[in-house]
Design a protein around this ligand. Structure first.
Ligand code: ARG
Length: 703
């Protein structure tokens, strides 16, 4: 028995399940027996009283959850931070608890009324007093943590709850004496688990399984070496015993119906202050602005969702709704994250959505020198497909050669400052690289919405993947676009796989090249081999393309083909010799359409034209797609992904594949310009050529 510890409880005179504010209460309205609840509460009261002193706060009528005194506030020394309940159903308890604390000589701190914090239910001191674990995600707002750290002069470690059954920290987390921790890891996000593991050594972590967790085993009261809890498994009791704790079980089934057990029914009002512990909190906040068709385009929703998904929280400070259909909206949002790492994660995604710092908080980008050629500093900012600007010496500098998955290399010369998107391997030691997430913004076209309206007939192109029924319609639109680009002297790059040949698309793609619709061709060894095989022998990988049947000895055809081209030295020379006189590659040579064949490990041959140095091939691809208005991706996943990574936003991408997964992967760039078509590529090409033939009027005249 110790009197050094005092516990506050509240008799269940008015206890009931009257409403639903957590999943346990669902289906339990008025289902708990008042007599049994009273009996269970008294039993708990007596058990605790056997070990320490208990104070009582008068229950108030009409506030059935007031029994859960853990939610009264958070005490340290003679200071208390009063709870601000999230749900109105419990807000009426606040004045009663406040009065009790004041009567008992506590200094009371109150949070702003719109900043929820649910007391010791969501904030638990390490039992050695070294720091405070504070939960957020359901009831408590992350932004309350810095205030708590300040008022109680303690270090706060923020933990994010992710399972609604464990909506308060004390339902799944219980620090024990001696630095032990009883907890249910799946109730927390990965990053919080990582934080827990960093602070609590493995031999001190008592992780429990779901059956004990749903019995509220973590909702335990730890007094010296005893742990008072609702019924638990023998296994857990034994594990506690192994760590030197005696579990005392006392049934609390009636309170489980409201989502609480032993710990919830108590508040420890004696928490000693440690001399050497001081305020520290890693919570970071930043205020961002977003502008554009935030509602129509769903940008704001996406931004707010991702903040929460990544472990942060937000507050919308200002929102100016564009009143006209064409006018844009502006939102100012305060973003909070438990620490710098999480904040950087969130900001990286927000930048991609077009978020910028509030002008008064704008900072220069952080730069770090490249210490070894081809290696970026650890914290480098990874680029996206969107036009990007970086702030250097107070000036916004446009990043050139935008592509995704690069680093931003900065050079300062007497002629000025330049910024380039570069692949890691191309970084040199005389450059600096943008690190972290300050002073970076992506420029979104505000007229995106307007543009969509102008070309209403094309708007479904932004709708993602097309079903079979819509294929014909989509092909018609693509035909119009192709004609338009050609008539404007624009550029179309095609990346194609061998399936184009196997499905009979060769003649159609050859037509597109011949008629000036293709300005660059990208593919592997295989498409060229099979195209030439078909041109010279009538088979594609040994299958007769007219009869659709394998021919005898046909599997050797493609090797013979390769050999022939090797003899002449290149595809162009084979054409020159008159040996190759039709097909896609023939048309490329004849019409001066540049191509790059990128090699791979499984290539036969290869053809002399195939570039087996992949770095060279990647560079050649990048050069060939530069300035493209549209990229047609025809049944080749790897080449298409490669091309997609090099292509900045704003370039129309049409991805055709029989496999919906490939189409979804490629057309899901979050930009309106991508369209996916799930269909047989041979069929697609034949439809496309047919549509182009029907377009007798020039595009411009028809609009
Ligand atoms: N019905 C109460 C609520 O949802 C239960 C509170 C349990 N208290 C706790 N510290 N976990 O708020």
């Amino acid at each position: 028995m110790t009197d050094a510890i005092r516990i506050l409880m509240c008799a269940p005179d008015h206890y009931d399940v009257d409403y639903v504010i957590n999943p346990w209460m669902e289906g339990n309205i008025h289902k708990s027996s008042r007599d049994r609840a009273a009996e269970q509460w008294h039993k708990l009261y007596n058990v605790i009283k056997e070990h320490t002193a208990v104070d009582l706060v008068e229950p108030a009528k009409g506030w059935p959850d007031m029994v859960f005194t853990a939610n009264a506030g958070l005490v340290l020394g003679k200071t208390v931070v009063l709870s601000r309940f999230l749900h109105p159903e419990r807000q009426g308890e606040e004045p009663y608890f406040k009065a009790w604390f004041e009567e008992n000589g506590f200094t009371v701190h109150e949070l702003p009324s719109d900043l929820p914090f649910e007391g010791a239910g969501d904030a638990l001191f390490d039992r050695e007093g070294r720091w405070l674990w504070a939960g957020y995600g359901f009831r408590t707002e992350l932004d309350s943590h810095p205030l708590i750290a300040q008022w109680l002069d303690t270090e706060v470690l923020s933990l994010r709850l992710v399972d609604s059954r464990f909506y308060h920290l004390d339902t799944c987390f219980c620090p024990l004496r001696g630095g032990y921790l009883l907890y249910y890891p799946p109730a927390f996000d990965a990053y919080s688990n990582h934080l827990i593991e960093r602070r609590v050594p493995a031999e001190k972590r008592i992780a429990i399984a779901e059956p004990d967790a749903v019995n509220f085993a973590c909702n335990a009261v730890n007094l010296e070496d005893i742990v008072i809890m609702n019924n638990v498994s023998e296994g857990l009791k034994q594990r506690l015993a192994d760590c030197g704790f005696t579990a005392i079980e006392t049934p609390l089934s009636e309170f489980l119906k409201a989502g609480g057990a032993a710990k919830c029914l108590t508040l420890r009002t004696t928490e000693p202050i440690l001399e050497n512990v001081h305020a520290a909190v890693s919570v970071e906040t930043r205020t961002i602005q977003m502008q554009g068709h935030l509602l129509d385009a769903g940008t704001l929703n996406r931004a707010l969702d991702l903040i929460v998904e990544r472990g942060g929280s937000f507050k919308v400070l200002n929102f100016n709704l564009g009143t006209e259909r064409q006018s844009t909206s502006m939102a100012e949002v305060r973003v909070s994250a438990p620490d710098r790492h999480v904040m950087e994660n969130i900001m990286t995604d927000l930048i991609e959505l077009g978020a910028v710092d509030r002008p008064s908080e704008e900072k220069d980008a952080d730069l770090e020198a490249v210490f070894a050629a081809g290696v970026a500093p650890d914290d480098f900012y990874v680029t996206t497909i969107y036009p990007t600007e970086v702030r250097i010496n107070g000036q916004w500098v446009r990043v050139e050669q935008q592509r995704m998955d690069g680093a931003i290399a900065v050079r300062k010369t007497e002629n000025g400052i330049t910024a380039h998107c570069k692949l890691l391997r191309d970084l040199t030691t005389d450059e600096e690289v943008v690190v972290s997430v300050h002073g970076i913004r992506t420029v979104r076209k505000v007229d995106e919405r307007k543009k969509q309206n102008r070309t209403e007939e094309f708007s479904f192109m932004g709708a993602g993947v097309s079903s079979e029924r819509r294929v014909e319609l989509v092909v018609e639109q693509i035909a119009w676009e192709l004609r338009h680009i050609r008539d404007q002297g624009g550029k179309v790059a095609v990346t194609a796989g061998p399936v184009v040949i196997h499905t009979g698309g060769s003649q159609h793609l050859a037509r597109l090249v011949r008629d000036g619709y293709v300005q660059a061709l990208l593919g592997g060894n295989a498409i060229a081999v099979h195209d030439i095989e078909q041109a010279m022998m009538g088979t594609s990988l040994g299958v007769d393309m007219k009869q659709g049947v394998p021919v005898h000895g046909g599997h050797r055809h493609h090797l013979k083909t390769i050999n022939t081209v090797r003899r002449y030295g290149s595809i162009a020379k084979t054409v020159e010799a008159g040996v190759l006189n039709r097909g896609i590659m023939y048309e490329c040579v004849k019409n001066n359409v540049p191509f790059c064949l990128a090699g791979s490990i499984r290539d036969d041959g290869p053809l002399p034209d195939t570039e087996m140095d992949l770095l060279k091939a990647q560079n050649a691809y990048a050069e060939l797609i530069e300035g493209a208005d549209m990229i047609l991706m025809l049944s080749t996943m790897l080449h298409s992904i490669g091309v997609g990574n090099m292509t900045p936003a704003g370039v129309k991408m049409v991805c055709v594949d029989i496999n919906p997964a490939v189409v979804t992967k490629l057309s899901d760039r979050g930009s309106v310009e991508s369209v996916g078509v799930v269909t047989d590529v041979g069929l697609f090409l034949s439809l496309l050529v047919k549509q182009l033939d029907q377009l007798t009027t020039p595009y411009a005249a028809a609009v």
